[in-house]
Design a protein. Structure first.
Length: 93
């Protein structure tokens, strides 16, 4: 992910009250391809509705020009959380 993309990502999520932003998956590992999506784990100050999360996800996808999957810790299966946290690259805190 380019610095410009990272700055755009942080700017958008900060305006939605993000406390912490992390990237996981292929873009965090550095083995992404041009068509790879961007997997995000975000902590917000206040709980967001599903509709709001989908809206933020769409705003990010439109602004970055790539598919974005936005997750909160509550939405992740307990079976996956340890693997995700192991490769998580925090970009804002």
């Amino acid at each position: 992910m380019t610095t410009q993309m990272e700055n755009t990502l942080i700017s958008i999520l900060k305006k939605h009250d993000a406390d912490r932003i992390g990237i996981f998956g292929s873009r965090a590992r550095g083995d992404d391809r041009p068509d790879s999506d961007l997997d995000l784990l975000v902590d917000f100050r206040k709980t967001k509705s599903l509709l709001t999360l989908v809206s933020i996800e769409q705003e990010l996808s439109d602004s970055l020009g790539i598919k974005v999957d936005l997750l909160t810790e509550k939405a992740i299966s307990p079976h996956l959380i340890d693997r995700i946290k192991a490769e998580l690259k925090v970009v804002y805190q």
